[in-house]
Design a protein around this ligand. Sequence first.
Ligand SMILES: *Cc1c(COP(=O)(O)O)cnc(C)c1O
Ligand code: SF4
Length: 342
Amino acid sequence: MQMPISLVATESLPSWQDILSQCVEDPAELLNQLQLSPVLLPAAQAACKLFPLRVPQPFLSRIEPGNLQDPLLQQILPLGAELETVSGFSQDPLGEKAANPVPGLIHKYKGRVLLVLTGACAINCRYCFRRHFPYQDNRLGPEQWEQILKYIRADNTIHEVIFSGGDPLATPDSRFFRLLDALETIPHLKRLRIHSRLPIMIPQRITDAFCQRLADSRFDVVMVIHANHANELDTEVAAALQLLRHHQITLLNQAVLLKGVNDSLDALVKLSERVFEFGVLPYYLFTLDRVAGAAHFEVPERDAQQLLGQLQATLPGYLVPRLAKEIAGAPSKTLLHSIREP
Ligand SMILES: *Cc1c(COP(=O)(O)O)cnc(C)c1O
Ligand code: SF4
């Protein structure tokens, strides 16, 4: 006997695309869902005009209702402070426009190129250094894609392609796989790296079919996830990461040091321990890129270096991320050393 349609529908789980298309984008809805005061609304609406609100339901569900200090809420709540002009904070702090030889491709460092696969993200992180990046000029149509392949083919010092964005996993599998197929025909490429917040934001994105394609690739595949706080990693995220690990994908975490989110020894220790429990090694802890609208997130560099000293004195070496910052024009990320208090 056939099952009634309605029964099937209620039993099947929403796809990652459904979840992605149902992100909360209205600040009033956000405040309402999280039982926060409507007093916050006018500033939130003003900040959204500069950079829209966007947060997926799985991430929202990890935020404690009514707690304005929640470290996950801090990352997504639009604030009036974003409208302030602060000297030293600019539109393109990393000089990415200058390192953009072909639209959609950023070649800053030797041996690896970064591709902006899409401007879309599952979440809009208020501190994001790409909040002013001209994504419209970096949409990858078939023509741009041909140019990118030509650029990579012509330079046999390139061994690694980094899928970035936006969030490269906001791209549907069909397109993602087509791009991968094309790259696999270039003999000097060895590694594929994927920088994505989606395994955290919408863990349903990590499907069997997706993992299987990566496992079948001739490339060594590295995925760099982006968790800033231990509370971001729940059991659904654990399942997604376990699936990736099961398919021999190397997992690393990068975080940004953010005031009010993770700028304490306790928060950083918990983050490193939690990602490791989930099969992920800490990679980078970045100081904030000085992008206009994000000044209120900045942790002074000296404080960051002291925190690193405390981390080193607390955790085994493999759980201590590299504290780094990005300096426009430098040949790599710039590592910051630790400072020990007397
Ligand atoms: C950060 C970054 C990379 C990767 O740097 P790694 O030190 O290899 O992690 C590559 N290209 C660009 C443009 C970057 O910003
Ligand atoms: S690019 Fe990364 S950090 Fe920036 S908004 Fe998207 S997910 Fe957040």
